[in-house]
Design a protein around this ligand. Structure first.
Ligand SMILES: Nc1ncnc2c1ncn2[C@@H]1O[C@H](COP(=O)(O)OP(=O)(O)O)[C@@H](O)[C@H]1O
Ligand SMILES: [Mg+2]
Length: 336
C-alpha cells in the first residue's frame, strides 16, 4: 500500500515582471505586471512505506518546489498530496511531528550556538523522553562522528560537518518520513559518501520512508532503489537505476584519433556522433557491432594514432534524457 500519494500536483508561482531602466522600475512600482511560472506541472506518483526514492533533475526542474509541497511548507496550486493519511498543508501541525526535512542550502541549526543546543531545543519541541534522545544521539555520533564538532558554534563548522549535524537534527525525533533536498550539494567526495552511507543505513535499519532530491546521479546510484526523473516540472522516468542503465548501457562509444583529418566516414550500424576531423566519435549497439571488428576495419583503411572504447555510464544516459536525445522506454518507465 502506498504511503505517499501524489495526484496531478501543480504549482504555479506568480512573479513580478520588472521593467528595465529607472523609468521602467518606477513604472513597475506603480503598475506592477505579473506572470505565472509553472514550476510543477501535473505530476503523480506514489511511494510505499520504507521505500527510498531518488528524485533527480537538473537545476530549476521543480524538485525543491515538490519537496516544499510534500512537507506542507507550500500549498499546491492544484492536485492532491496524502502522506501517511494526512494532507501535509492542511494538517501541518500533526504532520510536522512525523516528518523530517533537510534543505541542503539552508540550515535548521542555530547559527551562533553550538549544534548541541539545537539538539536540546529539538528534544524539548518534540517532547522526547531522555532515554530515547540519548540513544539516538549515540547512534548519530557513532555513524556521523558528531562529537568531534558538536560543541562548536555552527558558523565555525565546515559544510560537511554542518550537513551531518543537520541530517541528525532531521532524524532526532524518529520521523516516519524524511525529505532530503540536495543534502550532498557542495560536499567533497568523502563527506558525500558519509552522508550517502548514513542515509542508506537509516532507511534500512528504521524502515524510514525517504525521498532524496539531488542533481548528482552518484547519490541515486549509491542510495536509492527507485528513481524519479523530473524535468521542466514533469516526471519523465519512474523506475530503477539498474533498468535505465541496462537499457541504455547497450550503447558503446569508440573514439578514434586519426593521424590525418577524415571526413564522411560511413559504417553500417554505426553512428558518427562527433566529428572533429582528426578525432571522431562512433556510437553503436554492442550486441550488434563488435568493437574489435570495427577497430580492425578502421585500422585497415586509415592510419590511427589512438583509440578509446567507452561503455555508456548512467550520467551520460541521464544527460541524454534531459537533452531529449533518448525517449523513455514504455516497458521500463512507469510514466510514459
Ligand atoms: N519562490 C519562487 N518564486 C518564483 N519562482 C520560483 C520560486 N521558487 C522556484 N521558482 C522557479 O520554479 C522553478 C522550479 O524551481 P525549483 O523547484 O527550485 O527547482 P529545483 O529544486 O529542481 O532546482 C524554477 O524555474 C524556479 O526559478
Ligand atoms: Mg532545488
Amino acid at each position: 500500500m502506498s504511503y505517499i500519494e501524489v495526484n496531478n500536483l501543480v504549482k504555479d508561482y506568480k512573479i513580478n515582471v520588472k521593467k528595465r531602466g529607472i523609468l521602467g522600475s518606477m513604472q513597475s512600482l506603480l503598475i506592477p505586471e505579473y506572470k505565472m511560472i509553472r514550476a510543477v506541472d501535473d505530476i503523480s506518483f506514489s511511494i510505499k512505506k520504507g521505500e527510498m526514492v531518488g528524485f533527480i533533475g537538473p537545476n530549476g526542474a521543480g524538485k525543491s518546489t515538490t519537496v516544499k509541497m510534500l512537507t506542507g511548507i507550500l500549498m499546491p496550486t492544484s492536485g492532491n498530496i496524502i502522506t501517511g493519511g494526512l494532507s501535509p498543508h492542511s494538517d501541518r501541525k500533526k504532520n510536522a511531528a512525523r516528518i523530517g526535512a533537510v534543505f541542503g542550502q539552508r540550515t535548521q541549526l542555530w547559527w551562533d550556538l553550538p549544534a548541541e543546543d539545537t539538539f536540546d531545543l529539538l528534544r524539548y519541541v518534540y517532547k522526547m523522553p531522555e532515554k530515547k534522545f540519548k540513544a539516538n544521539m549515540e547512534t548519530f555520533n557513532e555513524l556521523l562522528g558528531l562529537n568531534e564538532f558538536i560543541s562548536k558554534p555552527v558558523r565555525q563548522l565546515s559544510l560537511g560537518q554542518r550537513m551531518r549535524a543537520d541530517i541528525a537534527a532531521s532524524l532526532i525525533h524518529d520521523p516516519e518520513i524524511v525529505f532530503f533536498d540536495e543534502p550532498t550539494i557542495g560536499l567533497d567526495v568523502v563527506a558525500k559518501q558519509k552522508v550517502r552511507d548514513f542515509v542508506r543505513h537509516m532507511n534500512k535499519e528504521k524502515n524510514i520512508t525517504m525521498l532524496f532530491t539531488t542533481h548528482d546521479m552518484g547519490d541515486i546510484e549509491k542510495t536509492c532503489d527507485r528513481m524519479l526523473i523530473i524535468d521542466k516540472g514533469k516526471i519523465i522516468y519512474d523506475g530503477t537505476p539498474d533498468d535505465i542503465k541496462k537499457k541504455y548501457a547497450k550503447y558503446r562509444t569508440l573514439i578514434i584519433d586519426f593521424v590525418e583529418k577524415q571526413s564522411g566516414i560511413e559504417i553500417p550500424g554505426v553512428e558518427v556522433c562527433e566529428d572533429k576531423g582528426n578525432k571522431v566519435q562512433f556510437r553503436f549497439i554492442k550486441d550488434e557491432v563488435s568493437a574489435q571488428e570495427l577497430i580492425s576495419s578502421l585500422t585497415k583503411k586509415y592510419e590511427i594514432s589512438d583509440f578509446t572504447l567507452q561503455e555508456a555510464d548512467i550520467e551520460n544516459v541521464i544527460r541524454e534524457i534531459y537533452e531529449g536525445g533518448i525517449k523513455c522506454d514504455e516497458n521500463l518507465c512507469g510514466v510514459c
